[in-house]
Design a protein. Structure first.
Length: 164
């Protein structure tokens, strides 16, 4: 029997404190993607050798221990690892001639981050790691099934959405 996966998209109404944390998440995910994409470009142009996800995940752990990069610890570690995984998939797609070369993330385009685990919805509130309280959701329908991950995005108009 084949399972059917659904995606639900709801509007979020975060508090001012939650908005600030969202902005830190967006910035950290963007910085991580751009930092490691630049690292891959430099490594390939120098040695014609490509780094992989595991090399960069180990380096991310080391970066978090540095004093000037301590702000990375405020972000859910699985979110940053998911970003590295997305970069790895994009890089492999380019070398397998399926897609164009990955581009650097911009602050001006759509900002988003994915929480790949430990996501819950309770009483119209989204509960994700590193957030002290639930984020209010405007739910038009009931969620059927198990929640595996969620992607939080901010539109250029400043509205927040979650895709579950």
């Amino acid at each position: 029997m084949k399972t059917i996966n659904y995606t639900y998209r709801f509007r979020l109404e975060p508090t001012i404190e939650q908005r600030k944390l969202f902005e830190r998440y967006f910035g950290s995910v963007r910085w991580t993607f751009n930092y490691f994409l630049n690292q891959r470009k430099n490594e390939y142009s120098k040695d014609k050798k490509s780094l992989n996800y595991y090399d960069q995940a180990n380096e991310l752990t080391q970066l978090k221990k540095q004093e000037d990069k301590k702000w990375l610890k405020e972000i859910n570690s699985q979110t940053l690892q998911y970003t590295l995984n997305c970069l790895d998939i994009a890089y492999q797609g380019f070398f397998n001639k399926r897609t164009k070369f990955p581009r650097f993330k911009s602050k001006k385009s759509k900002n988003s981050f994915t929480v790949p685990q430990s996501v819950q919805v309770k009483d119209s509130e989204l509960l994700i790691p590193k957030f002290k309280s639930g984020i209010e959701m405007i739910m038009e329908r009931r969620i059927i099934g198990k929640i595996k991950k969620c992607t939080i995005s901010k539109t250029p108009t400043g509205k927040y959405f979650v895709s579950i």
